[in-house]
Every structure is written in structure tokens, then in C-alpha cells.
Design a protein around this ligand. Structure first.
Ligand code: UTP
Length: 288
């Protein structure tokens, strides 16, 4: 299975960021100076992905605008000597071949992926959640592709989370088959702590065969009427091996305001151009 395509679901309501998400898509919120969406498109490009399909919604047109060239702005920046900035503006639109499909209603992550079926066109593909951001080298999608080449089937990224928070995640029950690689036996979305089969939580990156689309069509809506990708993958497991890869790197949850703040501080502390200022900034607080 050669993976050339990535689907990025970005059609959700982003309610945890209200009121900001009333007019600003969550996926365009920045970590320092770069929108989360750009981090994940860069991760896809690094992994050799050629085609990116962004699932978006009505009212989130600024997502498509972000990936269009902005000649006027670039021209202005070049004229005023801001060559570096002009390069950054250009880079956003040059990253990959990006196309868009609309999810008419936010009926869940599984439904968002299903919306991309026609655009994916029968191939295996990656799914990248743009509010799960990793500081990892190589990128987490590249790490998953290595596992996929070695073991075949589908692959998801997982990490061990504290047991108290397993109820926020899709959780896997799995048997180790190699270092940091497990064959999944079952999956469950947001289990109560006492029902969770493990504390291995799914973390925002997937490689899936095209059979997932038929599984999603057979997936009944869960709580809140949403079709969950985890439930679709539970059906996929009946006929297909799916592996869990414990990635190397740090995950940031960009889906909440505090998670995004932590991401900005975390990236700020590793980026050479911001490290000293972020240290000074943190030192300037008196914490009672
Ligand atoms: P989330 O559940 O984190 O996003 O979905 P959300 O629903 O927008 O956020 P809250 O819970 O209301 O704060 C993860 C990703 O899946 C997309 C979201 O846009 C996000 O990037 N998504 C979610 C869809 O594309 N469609 C959906 O129906 C649901």
C-alpha cells in the first residue's frame, strides 16, 4: 500500500474555543506564528504525501484562503525588504497539492473522513487531526509509515496516558509485536476508567486502507449522533490487521485553550529564535 494522500478533518465546531471559533476556525489558531493546519501539512509533506484533502465546513472559508497564494501581500513584503516574511507567506501555499471537500453537518470525525471518500479515490490514505500537534523528528506520520511498510494493514499512533484521563480518548487493547508496535485486538471510544482495556490512547494520526469507508457506512452513530472513526475501525478489525505505534516525540493537544498555550510554550522553548525570550517570559511571572 503506497500512501500518497492525507485527509485532514477540519469541519468541527471547535466549541471548546468559543467564542473565538465563532469566526476563526480552530484549525487556523496559531502555535507561536504558525497555524496548526500548517504544522500538519508540513508533517504530511515530510512523510512524502503528495495530495492533501481538507474536510471543511460552510463558514470556514478562511481555511481555503490560507492555502491560496497572496500576491498582493507578498509583493508588499518584498518591496519593503521583508524577504523572510514573503518566503513564509509563499511557503504556506506551496506545501502540497491541497483540495477541499465540504462536510455539510458536523456529524463526527468518522463522518468527516467518509465525506472524503470520492476524493481519496480507492487508495490507502492517512488521516491527520489538525488539533493534535507533535514535536517529533522524524514526524509521527513518517514513523507510522515505517510501521505500515513493515507490518502492512492499518496503523494508528498511540501514547500511554494517565489512567484518570482515558475517558477522553479512543483506547486500544493490543498485543506487543515489536518494540513500540502492538497488534490491536479491540478499540473503544472514551471508555469509563474501569472499562478501559489499557491506557494506550489514540493520538491523531492514522493510516487506513480504503475498506474503512465501507466500515464507516456500517457504523451506527454513537453518543450525540456522531459517527466515530474509532467505531469504524472496530469494524475494520474484523477483516484487517491494525497496528498501534507508540510514537517518539511530544504531543500537544491543540483542541483546548490551555493545550494550545502549552504548545506555544513548548515550541517556544525549543525554537532557537524564541527560546531565550520564552525563558525570560516564564521567569517574569510570580507564581503564588
Ligand atoms: P474535535 O472533536 O477535536 O473537534 O475533532 P471539534 O468537534 O471541532 O471540537 P469541540 O469538541 O467542539 O471543541 C477533531 C478534528 O476533527 C474535525 C475537527 O475539525 C477537528 O479538526 N471534525 C470533528 C470534523 O471535521 N467534523 C466533525 O463532525 C467533527
Amino acid at each position: 500500500m503506497t500512501i500518497r494522500t492525507a485527509v485532514i478533518p477540519a469541519a468541527g465546531l471547535g466549541t471548546r474555543f468559543l467564542p473565538a471559533t465563532k469566526s476563526i476556525p480552530k484549525e487556523l489558531m496559531p502555535i507561536l506564528d504558525k497555524p496548526m493546519l500548517q504544522y500538519v501539512v508540513e508533517e504530511a509533506a515530510e512523510a512524502g504525501i503528495e495530495r492533501v484533502i481538507i474536510v471543511t465546513a460552510r463558514g470556514k472559508e478562511s481555511i481555503a484562503a490560507y492555502f491560496q497564494p497572496h500576491e498582493h501581500l507578498e509583493h508588499h513584503l518584498l518591496e519593503t525588504g521583508a524577504t523572510d516574511l514573503a518566503g513564509k507567506v509563499r511557503a504556506a501555499s506551496d506545501l502540497a497539492e491541497v483540495s477541499f471537500v465540504i462536510q455539510e453537518q458536523p456529524l463526527g470525525l468518522g463522518h468527516a473522513v467518509l465525506t472524503a471518500e470520492e476524493a481519496v479515490d480507492g487508495e490507502g490514505f492517512a488521516v491527520i487531526l489538525p488539533d493534535d500537534i507533535f514535536d517529533a523528528s522524524p514526524g509521527v506520520l513518517s514513523q507510522l509509515l515505517i510501521v505500515q511498510q513493515e507490518h502492512g494493514g492499518g496503523v494508528v499512533s498511540v501514547e500511554q496516558v494517565p489512567w484518570e484521563v482515558v475517558n477522553n480518548y479512543g483506547v486500544v487493547e493490543a498485543d506487543a509485536v515489536a518494540e513500540d508496535v502492538h497488534r490491536i485486538r479491540s478499540l473503544v471510544e472514551k471508555p469509563a476508567r474501569e472499562d478501559a482495556p489499557s491506557n494506550l490512547a489514540i493520538a491523531g494520526r492514522y493510516i487506513l486502507p480504503p475498506e474503512i469507508f465501507d466500515c464507516l457506512k456500517r457504523t451506527p452513530p454513537g453518543a450525540k449522533g456522531e459517527i466515530q472513526l474509532t467505531d469504524g475501525m472496530a469494524i475494520l478489525l474484523e477483516d484487517t490487521d491494525v497496528f498501534a505505534c507508540e510514537f517518539q516525540g511530544t504531543r500537544y493537544d491543540g483542541g483546548t485553550p490551555l493545550g494550545l498555550l502549552r504548545a506555544s510554550l513548548g515550541f517556544g522553548l525549543v525554537r532557537e529564535d524564541t527560546r531565550d525570550s520564552v525563558k525570560a517570559l516564564l521567569g517574569s511571572f510570580t507564581i503564588e
